[in-house]
Each structure stands twice: as C-alpha cells, then as structure tokens.
Design a protein around this ligand. Sequence first.
Ligand code: GLN
Ligand code: ZN
Length: 762
Amino acid sequence: MAVAHSLGFPRIGRDRELKKAQEAFWKGELDEAGLRAVGRDLRETHWALQKQAGIELLPAGDFAWYDQVLTHSLMFGVIPDRFRPADGKATLQTLFGMARGVSDSCCGGAHAQEMTKWFDTNYHYLVPEFSADQQFHLGWDQLFEEVQEARELGHNVKPVVIGPLTYLWLGKAKGGDFDKLDLLDRLLPLYGQIFQRLAELGVEWVQIDEPILVLDLPQDWKNAFERAYNQIQRDPLKKLVATYFGGLEENLGLAANLPVDGLHIDLVRAPDQYPTILDRLPAYKVLSLGVVNGRNVWRCDLEKALATLQHAHEKLGDRLWVAPSCSLLHSPVDVGREDKLDAELKGWLAFAVQKCAEVAVLARAVDAPEAPTVLAALAESRAVQAALAASPRIHKPAVQARVAAITARDSQRQSVFAQRIEKQRAGLNLPLFPTTTIGSFPQTASIRLARQSYKAGKLSEAEYVEAMHSEIKHAVEVQENLGLDVLVHGEAERNDMVEYFAEQLDGYAFTRFGWVQSYGSRCVKPAVIFGDLSRPKAMTVEWIRYAQGLTGKVMKGMLTGPVTMLMWSFPREDVSREVQARQLALAIRDEVVDLETAGIKIVQIDEAAFREGLPLRQAQWQHYLDWATEVFRLCASGVRDETQIHTHMCYSEFNDVIESIAAMDADVITIETSRSDMELLDAFEAFAYPNDIGPGVYDIHSPRVPDASEMANLLRKAAKRIPAERLWVNPDCGLKTRGWPETEAALVHMVTAARQLRAELA
Ligand code: GLN
Ligand code: ZN
C-alpha cells in the first residue's frame, strides 16, 4: 500500500476566514475565544477535506497564527527581549506583537520582527532573532494541543516541524557577531522533548522539514546535518525528513543517508533526482515522492506521475509514499468554489482540495491500477492533457511565430547609452538632479470606491473615466505646484501593477477565490497564465495621453515589466518561464512603441520582481539572468534613441546582480536605498554602473516625513559614488499606500533638496 499524505494544507480558509478573524481580533471586534474558535473550525474543516479527498496521513502543526516560523520561535522560546512578557509566559498578544510590532505611546514600543521571503515563494516568514547567549526552552503548546484536537476528531496525524538546521538558517544573529550554527547543540534537546510529548499523544510519524537541503550549503552546515540527526535519531517517533522547492543535487547522498526513517523529495521542481535517489536510498527507508505540484494551479498529469510511481513501487513496495511536491500552503484552497470560471478552464485547474484527491488516486493507482475509480481518474486526466495540448485557446500560432522570429537585434537599442543620453538630454531639457516619482500617488478611498462601483455596474464607463480623469488632474496639479521635473499620471486607474495589465492581455484568466497567503493576514490572488499571451489593443495610452495633455512638463508612461508580470502570476506548466516572459515582453514592447507614437518621451517599465526570480541554486543564476535581462531589453528596444526608458526595482540587495541590471540597459533606474542610508550604493563602488540612476532619497514605507537636509545628505553621499550628471532624485517606491498630506510634505522637501544640490554644484 502506497501511503497518500500531505505536507501541509492552506490555513487561510476557502473564504479567507482566518484573515478576517485575525483582522477583527486586531481591531478589537473579536475576542480571543472567538478567534480561537475560528482557528479550531478551520483545522477541523481542513482535516475533513483532506480525509474526504483520500489523504491517509494528515498534517498537523501546519496551522499557524500569522506564520509557521513564528510559531516555532514561540515553541523554542526564541522571543526577543523587547517582546518578552513580564511573567515569561508568551500569549497570543506576544505572538502578534512579534509579527506586527507593538506601539506604546510612552516608550516608543517595539518594532516587529523582520519579514522575508520563504525560499523562492511569495510567502513571507518572520525572521527569528538569535542572541549569542540564546537559550531555548519549550514555551508554546500549540502543536501538542492541535495534535490532541486531531486525535479527538479521530484523525491519524503526522505533525510537521521545521528541522533544526533550517530553523537556524532562517534566523538572524543579533547583537554581536557570532555563528548561529553554534546554537545547534542548545537547540537539539528541544526536538527530543517535542518528540517525547508527541509520542505520549500517540503519534507515530513526524515530518521534519529541511528545505535548506535544496540550497548550496556551506560545508559546516552539511556536517552539522549529520551531527544533528545522529542525535535526533535517539529521540522517539519515526521521522520523515522533507525537502522541497528544488533538487538535492550534491546534498543527495547526505539527505539519503541521514539516520531517519523516510525522505520526501520534490519531483515537480527536480524530476532528475529520481533515478539517483532510488540507488542511494538505504533499503529500510520510506521514500515520499512529491509528484503533484503544490505551488501551481494546474491539474496533474496523472499518467505521467503514475509511470514514475509504478517504477518506484517495484523497487520500494510499501516504502513508497505519495504527496504533493511541497506544502499546499502555496496553492489556493478549492477550485470548486469558482463560480465564474468557464467550465473548460475550471476543468484544467486543481487547488489544494483537488490536489489532495490527485495524490490519493495516484497512491491507490499504484496498488490497484484497474480499480474503476482509478481508471476513471486516469481517463479524465488524459482528456485534460489532450485538451491542454490542442486547445486553440492556449496555442496561438501568431504569437508563437512572433516569438520564433525574435532576433538579437530586437533586444538592442539603436545606439549605445552614451549616444542616446545626449539626444535625450537635448530633447527633455531637464535640470541637473531631475526630480520624479515612482509612479503611483495615494490610492484614496474615493478611488477605490469609484472602481468598485464601476465593477458592480453602478458607475457607467464614462462616469468612471471621468472620475479617474479628475484624480489624474489632481495628481498633475500637485506635481506642477511642487515643481517636480518629470511627472506621472498617478496610476489611479490601477488596482494592482500586475492585475491591471493581465486583465487587458489575452491568455490570462482570473479566479474569484484563488487566494494564497503572502504574509500574516495578507493574501494575494495571482492571475493565471493559461495560454499564449498577446495584447489585443493599447492598454495605457489613453490615460497617459490625457495626463500629458494637462501639462507642459514631461509625462512619464508607466508599465509593468515581463519578469514581474510572470513572477506574480501562476505560470503555465507546458512551456518554460522564459517563453512566457518573451510573449509578455512583445506585448509590452508594443505598448512602449504606442506610447512613443502618442508623443510620450519617457516610459518606465517596472521590474519589481526581477531579483526575486533568481533561482535558489547559484549554478542556475546566469541562465535566469540572461533571459530576464533579454526580455527586458526586448520590451524596451522598439523605440528611438530620443525616448528615455526608465526602470524601477524596489529592494536593496544589488551586489549579486548588478552586472545584469546594467545589462538591462535602461537609461535610468530608480531603486530603494533610503532605508539603508545609501549603503547599497556600495555595490556601485566596485562596479561602475554606466547609466543614469535615481537612488531613493526617502522611505515611502513609513509615514515619517524626512527633512530636506536629510535627503540632501543622502544625495551628497550618492554623488560621491555616481557622477552628479547621472543622478536622479526620487522616493524609493510608489506612493499609493500613503496619504496625500504626508506625500506632499515629503515631496516639497525632496524638491528643496534637489535644488540645494544644484546650487552647490553650480
Ligand atoms: N509604478 C509602481 C508604483 O509606483 C511601482 C510599484 C513597485 O515597484 N512595487 O506603485
Ligand atoms: Zn518599488
């Protein structure tokens, strides 16, 4: 019997019940008992859904208030001093304080723990903070309570914990320089205590997540794995080490030989590791094969997965387990909920509930290939695969032909930067230290209301356009009064920088309930790329033309780049990421050209997700960087030399990718620097970035309004590394989350700072 199991289920609920309950709790509209009741109901529902779908070994401990890494920090007693409760006993208030910060009018409060991306997903976890004298102690009973709860409901559960090495890897050493790996020996006994208590609750298997085994690990971390697991081996319970998001590669021997009872590997991301793992796995071990993609929304090709599973079954027999590739946390909950998708498209998709059923039927198919339910499922899967392969909704010969006809010339501007910039300067006639903004202005309640009314049919198209025009007009007036040099229209008409464009492209579909947790109570609903992508008509030209018509200053056109469009969507699985990015690039290229034709002299193409597309393994970086820069150039190179292309990226780790960013060859790049006090410009010390650059001079993520002198100081710092004639002056990201008063106040100071620097240089 192959065991069907799951590594974790989405916790937010079909209708984002968890989000709503947490937010109500934070506002004081729901008490703690009410919040806990919502959590309990969700867990009960989720176990039932998985069981009904045919999952035999259910996950426990995958539920979390806010974040599962945070739960572990509480479980291990890793609570920074600023949050430590007086009586030492952590509560839900402690947990939410660590996640969201504590405001305290008397003493300034405590800032939240840092948040960062969970491997290469769009999930964000709270970074544990370790001190050199860090002590660990069991301080949070949630896991045991939830296991108990499951047992009372009659479920056979496999608790999920983050492994000791991954947990330490994810954290940060604070207050002094020390190696966090030194904490391992202090942490390990906790695992023994946890497993002991789980054993007392009747648990048989525990899943220990060690996804860092798919990363390039330093040698001392590899050695630590052996040491740690030799010790953990003595603790009770059967242990399944779970790896996902990539292949084990050079860590395969290490992972296969850890003294535990089973290993889970991701065969969706890294199918190549399959044959090797069969050879290397000791004969006593369970092998769990992740064959159903836990991170995307497409139905699994069951026949293809089954072929591998049958092969493995011959060798492993009952030691074969079947699972999704990773936790289903990264997948929406239930496609059955979609009432607006057409039946054909809906029939191609699988969310968490459907993925569990796929896992279950595959496990059953291994033992009973002729069972009627199995045969029916396989036939249905075959029909879906045939439709996907042949559907004219997906495959567009014209789009494919255009992609095939791309030549190297298409990704090249007419002249090199040095020549272009001369022509641009002549045409644009801007002062030294030109001032601009990143694109969006405050998305006010009235803007959102107008959009909702329009979508609900309460506002006619003409009325909606008029409402947006008046917002644009306001933004333009404000910018003129402030004395900014390059204006933007403010993006009032855009709900989101990806969705806005996706809605206007052929080949994109939208779900109503396809939410995935991004962090805490924040969920995102990525659009689905289902077919070859094309642009039926211009997307932004009328808005920008209108805005340009209101002013004699230069109006910057504003677009989202191909890499960001792709990274923040659910991609297709039948063609590579780069093919999808090329199709997007061609669509955006046409838009850039149309803007130029409409008289727009500057076009900004945002690539906010450029860096996050980097593969987990360094060996794969160059390939990614090559196509990512190429597709950017493809969309930017259809215009004349006189047209200035800007790009924007909002993060600060540039050192690794600076050469590729230069290779994008945007005439101007605006980046985030203010939070790091221009430190990130260190990257520009070692590498002479050749084009114009606007290092953000103030942090838009905070309502604080810095003085002009503060911004001027940052600019002086920047001017030490980058020649003044190549510097722009701008905030570090879009202003849509800010209010108008603080926005105007900050921009007044920004313009003053720019003028000050001009005067100093004159
Ligand atoms: N142009 C976008 C804005 O100003 C850029 C957003 C982003 O970089 N995330 O909102
Ligand atoms: Zn940004």
